[in-house]
Design a protein around this ligand. Structure first.
Ligand code: ZN
Length: 151
């Protein structure tokens, strides 16, 4: 019988093997690099924002299935959200994985992101899952880059 947990693992393995939006974004106006030396995960997040709105997200990087899957799913859930919503989501994602007593909310509210709930049971891998979100926050806080397109 296939349990919910198996489904979650399959989703993570699938995204880990073929991450979505895994490319450099030439016209990104924000980017940040993150690395997790504990595991050797490295990634760069690229964002295209218009004022408060996050229009597009991609990433490039190397690392374990969990770090790649986390970045991959992040790029799927963020476009169309505001920067404020993205920060809230980052906080909740981190809370889901790191709060001792468990999340103070129903993880199902995080929809796709709830597949990482099981990572709680592997404390050494929590940083793999949160790397993309820390890097996203750095990209949101950082200076906006002026993009010049050469023709
Ligand atoms: Zn890792």
């Amino acid at each position: 019988m296939s349990s919910m947990r198996d489904l979650y693992q399959e989703t993570i393995l699938d995204h880990g093997k073929s991450p979505r939006h895994h490319h450099v974004m030439e016209d990104a106006n924000r980017e940040a690099e993150g690395d997790n030396p504990l595991c050797g995960d490295q990634l760069t997040m690229y964002l295209k924002t218009d004022g408060e709105l996050i229009e597009d997200v991609s990433f490039k990087g190397e690392g374990c299935a969990i770090s790649q899957a986390s970045a991959s799913i992040l790029t799927q859930v963020l476009p169309g959200r505001s920067r404020e919503e993205a920060r809230e989501l980052a906080d909740r994602f981190k809370e889901m994985l790191t709060r001792d007593e468990g999340p103070s909310f129903d993880p199902a509210e995080l929809e796709k992101l709830q597949v990482f709930l099981g990572v709680r049971d592997f404390p050494t891998r929590v940083k793999c899952a949160t790397l993309a979100w820390h890097t996203l926050e750095a990209a949101l806080e950082g200076e906006e880059r002026v993009v010049t397109t050469e023709s």
